[in-house]
Design a binder for this molecule. Structure first.
Ligand SMILES: NC(=O)c1ccc[n+]([C@@H]2O[C@H](COP(=O)([O-])OP(=O)(O)OC[C@H]3O[C@@H](n4cnc5c(N)ncnc54)[C@H](O)[C@@H]3O)[C@@H](O)[C@H]2O)c1
Length: 341
């Protein structure tokens, strides 16, 4: 096991879930567990008090937080307790939020069990719940005491969720890590499914990359915004079509690359390399959606200022940049997008 302390959080890479006994006591801990993860790993949680929660965006809402809070009160949980989330990003987000508001804040530990949770959602201290159609509209920034990575959980993660998580890994490579981009080009998902050591190295690299961006952001640098690469159109597409977050972001990254060709002169061949890499990891890069409706959603987007929109573009692979662009300049890719089936 390897321990790193970053921004006040202890990261335990390649740890077994049972190690948490070294940092928390069973009688002062409540696990908030994804019900699917619980069923698949029941014996791991013996002796702990736990609350089961259903994963998914539809459950990442205030009503679920209220149910968890009621159960914590019934269990007489006080400020000396620690809440430990065990699940994907929806569970770590919800638990982080509850831990930050319950009795004005109690101890928090995170055990992300999805690829997306490990490389993104559990990292950086932000949490949130959805309000109606608005994702992550309510939330806090609250640092966990520890984050534990037990890769054994991933052996039961459905392949679709592996693919979903790799969209964020490829995003990280595009905005900040050309070397990782090249490494990813040489292999595929099956390689990481079957090679635990390579997976560990990849997860850790992504955690460090995100933590570096988060750290720089603390000094009022706009770097954190780079993490939105692919997300502007991605969120609009997610609104229009039911599909996993990573799939929408993948199409969004293709669109952001096409726009980069015009505004930051990203070479056409590099857009093609990004598209090829996304496809190599089973992600969609072109799907039919109503472009004008997506633009309307962007116009309502909270990032919009007048006729301009904040957008993450690429100068080149491995170098993201943040620009205010005219909404009208997005029309230039309409013809290309309208050909997508
Ligand atoms: N706070 C942040 O900074 C941040 C960043 C990125 C994403 N997020 C949030 O993360 C969420 C998405 O995360 P996610 O994709 O992990 O969602 P999720 O929690 O819904 O998990 C996805 C699916 O995988 C299942 N699952 C998780 N771990 C499993 C395992 N080990 N074995 C079998 N099944 C397992 C879940 O039951 C669920 O069906 C979104 O709500 C998003 O807003 C937050």
């Amino acid at each position: 096991m390897e321990k790193l302390t970053l921004l006040g959080t202890d990261f335990y890479f390649d740890a077994a879930f049972s190690y948490i006994e070294n940092w928390v006591t069973k009688d002062k801990t409540v696990l908030i567990v994804d019900d699917v993860v619980y069923q698949q790993n029941e014996t791991l949680f013996e002796g702990y008090q736990f609350i089961l929660v259903k994963s998914g965006e539809e459950n990442k809402i205030q009503q679920t937080a209220d149910v968890v809070i009621d159960k914590l009160l019934a269990l007489n949980v006080d400020k000396s307790f620690c809440l430990v989330a065990v699940g994907g990003g929806t569970i770590t987000d919800l638990t982080g939020y509850v831990a930050s508001v319950y009795k004005r804040g109690i101890g928090l530990g995170l055990v992300p069990t999805s690829i997306l949770g490990m490389v993104d959602a559990a990292i950086g201290g932000k949490n949130g719940i959805n309000v109606g159609l608005y994702k992550n509209m309510v939330g806090t920034t609250y640092r966990p005491k520890f984050i534990l990575f037990d890769y054994q959980f991933l052996t039961k993660l459905p392949r679709l969720q592996w693919v979903n998580g790799f969209a964020e890994i490829i995003k990280h490579a595009c905005i900040q890590d050309e070397e990782m981009f090249t490494q990813l080009q040489q292999v595929n998902i099956d390689y990481f499914l079957n090679n635990n050591e390579a997976l560990q190295t990849l997860v850790k690299r992504n955690v460090l990359l995100k933590m570096k961006i988060v750290e720089e952001d603390e000094f009022e640098n706009a770097d954190r915004f780079l993490l939105n690469f692919g997300h502007t159109f991605g969120h609009a597409i997610e609104n229009l079509k039911e599909l996993p977050h990573g799939f929408a972001i993948s199409v969004g990254m293709h669109i952001a690359s096409l726009i980069s060709q015009q505004i930051t002169q990203l070479p056409v061949e590099q857009t093609q390399s990004i598209v090829n890499l996304l496809q190599q990891y089973d992600l969609p890069t072109a799907l039919a959606f109503d472009f004008n409706k997506a633009l309307q959603i962007l116009q309502k987007d909270k990032k919009r200022e007048a006729s301009q929109i904040n957008f993450v573009l690429l100068n080149k692979i491995g170098e993201g940049t943040f620009k205010k662009i005219e909404l009208s300049s997005l029309q230039t890719i309409e013809e290309t997008v309208n050909q997508w089936k």
